[in-house]
Design a protein around this ligand. Structure first.
Ligand SMILES: Nc1ncnc2c1ncn2[C@@H]1O[C@H](COP(=O)(O)OP(=O)(O)O)[C@@H](O)[C@H]1O
Ligand SMILES: [Mg+2]
Length: 214
């Protein structure tokens, strides 16, 4: 799947532009890092790439098709399923840790999902809270739950918005390892205000957003 942004501009209020003329293409698997200070538009850009926000101006091409000019909602939904965005603040659903991580993979892999989920819960040291309600766990633990849920969905393009913010050192290192491994097959787009050495070493491209002053 190829996703391309051509001369993309975005304004929330019709006066000030958060993004001005962004051109990027994601075709090859790999790590793409969106870097910039708070307020520079990283989240906005990720949501545009994730087909969640229609940009004010410009074109978003998915496999050569202008996504926002499509009328067929079924086709739009099918394209959208390939792109998964993980919010910077963990967004969890009522239920246990294990339930939340399993949400996507269950239908995709009906035979082996529980083994895979178990492997990742053990890897990230959350087996002991597998039955806890997600509303009772720490923000860092909830963050890992939402990232694992997305990762196990197996999207073609995975977008992680500030994935490391609430994570401790050990989980940060594990996630960096998994991102590097996964990026051999998939496009992984990471918004961060800090460039980790591990990402710097493997990145395909860095997209640097400047802080705009009106
Ligand atoms: N839903 C929204 N409505 C209005 N303004 C917004 C909205 N989301 C973000 N903004 C504004 O757009 C700018 C860029 O925000 P954002 O994309 O979240 O940047 P970053 O993720 O780099 O911190 C900020 O000035 C922010 O206040
Ligand atoms: Mg942000």
């Amino acid at each position: 799947m190829e996703l391309k942004l051509i001369d993309v501009w975005h304004s929330y209020n019709g006066v000030n532009y958060v993004l001005r003329g962004v051109n990027i293409a994601f075709s090859k698997p790999g790590v793409y890092v969106v870097i910039g200070p708070n307020g520079s538009g990283k989240t906005t850009l990720l949501k545009i790439i994730a087909l969640m926000i229609k940009p004010t101006k410009g074109t978003v091409l998915v496999d050569g098709v202008d996504y926002w000019s499509l009328r067929d909602e079924g086709l739009k939904n099918n394209l959208k399923k390939n792109v998964v965005y993980v919010h910077d603040k963990p967004l969890v659903f009522r239920g246990s840790v294990e339930y939340n991580i399993s949400l996507g993979i269950k239908s995709r892999n009906p035979w082996e999902w529980s083994k895979v989920v178990e492997y990742y819960m053990s890897r990230y040291d959350i087996l002991n809270i597998r039955s806890e309600s997600v509303f009772k766990i720490s923000t860092g633990q909830a963050k890992i739950v939402t990232i694992l849920r997305a990762l196990l969905l197996g999207p073609k393009i995975l977008l992680l918005d500030e994935p490391f913010t609430f994570l401790d050192k050990d989980r940060t290192r594990l996630l960096l390892e998994d991102i590097v491994e996964l990026s051999k097959e998939k496009v992984i787009i990471i918004a961060t205000h800090y460039m980790y050495r591990e990402l710097d070493e493997v990145k395909n491209q860095v997209i640097e957003l400047p802080l705009l002053t009106q």
